[in-house]
Design a protein around this ligand. Structure first.
Ligand SMILES: [Zn+2]
Length: 316
């Protein structure tokens, strides 16, 4: 992901909070930027790093042109270390954190801040988290650790307790409006549709817009409607689902059912179904590898059952 010099429009509150700390010289040595995925927390971390390194800040943001900014933007700044998993979705291992210790012990080459960004920090395995503790307990001067964290409960409690939390909630549609409407321009989708599919997360809405994901999601929703009305059999629906990323499709099923719950009187079994989706998701996240055809057949059969028993949409 390319660094940006400014925070996103929906991150103003957090940005001001940190700028206040910087101006009071009270910036802690470790921050954990936490909240759901797709809100731009990592980019926020970059913007903050660049702002601290910049020689010529403009208001509260980096200038984008000074030597420090140029080094930063070309991703060659010697005083910035980015720690990510070797492969997307894999753990961050202890050898990477050892590199971090070496980095923080050295003197800054540009005589300013030294900044480490770990993203996502919840991907650190237990050994890596333990190794990080030493650095957190003996902070070096003018060194900032920025931990980007999608699921705070997955970050070790001892690490968590040594970092100051900066919380990023899902923004209100109004906070996203100006930014998102400028991206939509000549698409056939609406802000409302994108934000509904993305559960309010702006960068996921953008992903829907810029990839074929929107079409796939629309087809998925149509399939669920046909399943509920009996036009499609659960077996055929299950076959269609198997080609999708399981975790993503489970999320879609969950959000679709949550939406149904808001607009319809639902069968009491709906809550059990939601619970089951959460359980499946947890097992998948823990590396579980279920029999896909069995999983989807059961889920689609029960979907048909639940939705065909649901009374029609309430008026208004
Ligand atoms: Zn600059």
């Amino acid at each position: 992901m390319l660094p940006i010099s400014e925070p996103y429009p929906w991150q103003q509150k957090q940005w001001m909070q940190l700028n206040r700390l910087i101006s009071q010289d009270k910036l802690p040595h470790a921050l954990v930027l936490c909240g759901p995925r797709h809100l731009g927390k990592e980019q926020f971390g970059y913007a903050l790093a660049q702002r601290l390194l910049c020689d010529n800040q403009q208001g509260q943001v980096a200038c984008g042109v000074c030597k420090q900014c140029s080094l930063f933007i070309s991703q060659n700044h010697p005083d910035v270390l980015r720690i990510v998993p070797e492969e997307e979705g894999k753990a961050i291992r202890i050898d990477r954190i050892r590199q971090l210790s070496e980095f923080t012990e050295k003197t800054a080459q540009q005589s300013g801040w030294k900044i480490v960004i770990i993203s996502p920090a919840d991907a650190m395995n237990i050994n890596a988290a333990n190794a990080l503790l030493k650095t957190l307990e003996e902070p070096a001067r003018k060194t900032l650790l920025i931990l980007v964290c999608h699921q705070l409960s997955r970050l070790s409690a001892t690490v968590r307790s040594r970092c100051q939390k900066v919380v990023f909630p899902v923004p209100a549609p109004a906070e996203v409006h100006a930014w998102l409407s400028s991206k939509i321009a000549d698409s056939d989708s609406s802000e409302a549709e994108l934000l509904q599919y993305a559960e309010g997360r702006p960068l996921l809405a953008l992903e829907f817009l810029q990839t074929d994901l929107l079409e796939i999601r629309r087809t998925f929703d149509k399939m669920l409607d046909e399943l509920a009305s009996g036009q499609l059999s659960a077996i055929v629906a299950a076959q269609k689902c198997q080609s999708l990323d399981t975790l993503m499709a489970i999320d879609w099923l969950y959000s679709r059912l949550a939406l149904e719950l808001k607009t319809k009187e639902m069968h009491p079994g709906t809550y059990r179904y939601l619970d089951r989706l959460i359980q499946i998701k947890r097992r998948l996240q823990a590396g579980g590898n279920p029999n896909k055809s069995l999983l989807w057949e059961e889920l689609m059969l029960d979907w048909q059952h639940l939705l065909s028993l649901a009374p029609p949409r309430r008026a208004g």
